[in-house]
Design a protein around this ligand. Structure first.
Ligand SMILES: NC(=O)c1ccc[n+]([C@@H]2O[C@H](COP(=O)([O-])OP(=O)(O)OC[C@H]3O[C@@H](n4cnc5c(N)ncnc54)[C@H](OP(=O)(O)O)[C@@H]3O)[C@@H](O)[C@H]2O)c1
Length: 370
């Protein structure tokens, strides 16, 4: 994979710093370069805030400068909330724009670059394309398929168990692994879990990197087909919005209690496993959720793998054996033949404290940039 130029690397770093805080906009970074020096830098804010290019240009004089941006600058389209970046670039007198990746959003796709060229601005594309298309996987999948990018996480013993025979499940992995989980929760739009986990553990499911609870929290989404989660569960307190995906036939009185906590109840069709995920996932995407981090028991993880919904896996493995009939990390139907197993690509293995993290992509959604 060709390395991005140092200026595109700076734009990428600016983009990564706001990942998870820009929804439904993509996390984009931009830097202004004059006489070989970075004179302005910006990253996307969530609506109605500025786009990265405008934020970078607001930093100072850009006459004759080169602008590096991770994604194609936006052009005007009907219903647009922010002023088009191509106008800001033209008005600032930028001479050249270096773009890593063309925007797949059909309202922009190629039109931003064409508008810049028409205005006499030199445009170069491709610097850092591979790395940006990997970084923006959730955005690209969301725009291409209308469903969120799904990252499954589990913590298991070396023999793949998430609990002992008795149901005891705390804690399988150590503090360092739990800190990584909090950091990753803060980088997604939603955390998805099941009624089984809420009933068993009563988790808060908030992102608390470094032990700090930021006001901006990912949306917590609980699938609860039968209406079993109590309204006083911890998940309904704390900052951030909560969505409960319930069966249409779940009791109305329960739905009212959940709504009274400030949460939103979405009525969903049911299938053999609970809430119909095929219907729920696009509904979440329509609410601007581009990425969801799943922290659930074996039942929901099994349904997500069976349905081919999982794009990325983060498996934390503790160097210990639980044995017995404790719950496996992933349930569901599973595959019929080992050859059909969900195999990971671009596998990374890291030691986190005393635990091992194995992560990779399932390739269920084919990123054209991969
Ligand atoms: N080690 C880890 O990483 C980890 C993480 C989280 C939880 N856990 C452990 O997992 C255990 C709970 O496991 P679990 O399997 O009962 O919980 P779960 O997977 O979190 O929740 C399962 C429940 O979600 C509901 N659901 C709704 N739609 C569904 C669908 N399409 N597919 C699957 N489920 C759907 C079902 O109940 P309804 O039919 O009532 O809706 C189902 O019983 C706890 O002991 C907890 O400690 C471990």
């Amino acid at each position: 994979m060709p390395e991005p130029s140092p200026f595109m690397r700076a734009a990428l770093d600016a983009a990564e710093a706001v990942r998870g805080a820009t929804s439904p906009n993509p996390w984009v970074g931009a830097v202004v370069v004059r006489d070989g020096e970075i004179t302005g830098q910006g990253a996307t804010s969530p609506p109605p805030g500025m786009h990265a290019e405008a934020a970078a240009l607001a930093g100072g004089e850009a006459q004759g400068a080169t602008l590096y941006c991770t994604l194609e600058p936006c052009a005007a389209f009907e219903g647009k909330r922010t002023p088009p970046c191509v106008d800001a670039i033209r008005e600032a007198g930028v001479a050249k724009v270096v773009v890593a990746l063309e925007d797949p959003d059909p309202r922009v796709s190629g039109r931003g670059i064409a508008a810049l060229r028409e205005a006499g601005v030199t445009v170069e594309t491709g610097d850092g394309r591979e790395e940006v298309s990997r970084s923006l996987r959730p955005y690209l999948k969301h725009r291409q398929t209308g469903t969120p990018y799904i990252i499954a996480k589990f913590a298991a013993s070396l023999d793949g168990r998430t609990a002992a025979n008795t149901g005891d499940s705390k804690w399988i992995t150590g503090e360092a692994a739990r800190e990584v989980v909090h950091r990753e929760r803060a980088r997604v739009d939603a955390i998805l879990s099941g009624s089984g986990t809420v009933l068993a553990d009563d988790p808060a499911l908030t992102a608390r990197p470094g032990g700090i609870l930021p006001g901006r929290q990912p949306v917590r989404v609980i699938v609860d087909a039968r209406g079993r989660v109590p309204a006083d569960a911890q998940v309904f307190s704390g900052p951030g919005h909560v969505i409960v995906a319930a069966g249409e036939d779940a009791p109305d009185a329960w739905k009212q209690q959940i709504t009274a906590t400030g949460a939103t109840v979405i009525d969903c069709e049911r299938d053999g496993t609970g809430v119909n995920l095929q219907q729920l996932l696009p509904a979440l995407a329509r609410r601007g959720i581009m990425s969801a981090w799943v922290e659930a028991g074996s039942t929901l993880l099994g349904s997500l793998f069976d349905g081919g919904h999982v794009d990325e896996l983060w498996a934390f493995l503790a160097p210990r054996i639980i044995g017995g009939r404790g719950a496996p990390a992933v349930g569901g139907e599973g595959v019929q033949r080992v050859a059909d197993a969900h195999a990971l690509r671009e596998v990374v293995v890291e030691q986190v404290g005393n635990d091992i993290l194995v992560r990779g992509y399932t390739g269920r959604w084919d990123n054209p940039g991969d």
